[in-house]
Design a binder for this molecule. Structure first.
Ligand code: G3H
Ligand code: 13P
Ligand code: ZN
Length: 314
């Protein structure tokens, strides 16, 4: 059953976080639904612009529609991840998405508000909810000074004004994470202090954490042992999710970790079975492993075993 992220956030706020998982293909879609159904968790399917154009947006949408029939017990939102103006309008008009993200975080403050406001008006007119972003996610650049790094984080004093003027339904905040497998260097970590300041200005408002993959070291080690060359990776400590939830984080975005599962499964499969060439052999292993991974994440996010209760609130 497709619901809006707003309905899920209302149920989850300060109790647990909803996993928002990016998918691009059939195998990810099957593993995603299986993992969430097995762990009794509501979830958010994220579709990026890149995912929409990987094959054809209608292919991915068709797969998700089919999964909704194959797994009638699933409760999920369909969300555009990091949309620009045109992608948001396309998704709002399509009637399939229950939620869109307008990412105008690279624009100056007032322009970010103006663009976000426009999308909010178009989306709300159709019952679709909007995630916006304030602040910019960083990378692991050690030479950048502390002041420069802080300048990219979400300014708690601006956050309240941004939400009030833009009318967005949830806010993605920059609190030290970045996308991909190389998030931190040295003793860098999540800035829970900045998150606490934002939540003080926005009590009862759902906050979103992008760049939340944990990049498990054992996963990277297996990839490297099977021919990979990933060095210096670091992700978000999974135990930090439980600390972020009371501070208003209600949606946690995870993409990279799923890609690592895919890479590990396929590298190991072809290393160990060089004579094989049927794509369904590693595909089956991947779907099962991805489902296990999703169920594990939902435990860490606290969303596992909440489905019955969430259903009653809908
Ligand atoms: O935030 C970015 C997501 O990981 C999606 O990545 O644009 O490569 O599909 P993508
Ligand atoms: P990761 O790269 O940490 O998985 O982040 C994904 C994300 O933020 C998608 O919007
Ligand atoms: Zn993101």
């Amino acid at each position: 059953m497709i619901v809006t992220t707003k309905e899920l956030f209302k149920a989850a706020y300060q109790k647990f976080a909803i996993g928002a998982y990016n998918i691009n293909n059939l195998e990810q879609c099957m593993g995603l639904f299986r993992g969430n159904v097995d762990s009794d968790a509501p979830f958010i399917i994220q579709i990026s612009k890149g995912a929409r154009s990987y094959t054809d947006k209608r292919m991915l949408e068709g797969i998700i529609r089919a999964a909704d029939e194959v797994f009638p017990e699933a409760v999920f939102a369909v969300h555009l991840d990091h949309g620009d103006y045109d992608a948001c309008i396309d998704c709002i008009d399509s009637g399939f998405y229950s939620s869109v993200m307008i990412d105008a975080s690279g624009e100056p403050f007032d322009e970010n508000i103006r663009i976000t406001r426009e999308i909010v008006e178009r989306a709300h007119a159709k019952g679709i909810v909007v995630e916006a972003e304030l602040g910019q996610l960083g990378g692991v650049e050690e030479h950048v000074s502390v002041d420069e790094k802080n300048a990219h984080l979400t300014d708690p004093d601006q956050a309240g004004e941004f939400v009030q003027r833009s009318g967005c339904d949830s806010l993605a905040v920059a609190i030290g994470t970045s996308h991909g497998a190389y998030k931190f260097s040295g003793d860098q970590a999540l800035r829970l202090d900045v998150l606490a300041e934002i939540q003080k200005r926005l009590p009862d408002f759902p906050l979103v954490m992008h760049g939340s993959s944990s990049v498990p070291q054992e996963e990277v080690a297996r990839i490297n042992a099977a021919g990979g060359a990933m060095k210096g990776t670091k992700g978000v400590d999974e135990e930090d999710f439980a600390k972020a939830v009371p501070l208003g984080v209600t949606k946690v975005n995870i993409d990279t970790d799923g890609r690592l599962v895919w890479t590990r499964v396929h590298r190991e499969f072809f290393r160990d079975k060089p004579e094989k060439f049927d794509l369904r052999d590693p595909g089956k292993i991947f779907m099962a492993e991805y489902a296990k991974f999703i169920a594990h994440k939902n435990e860490k996010l606290g969303s596992a075993r909440t489905l019955k209760w969430v259903r009653e609130l809908l």
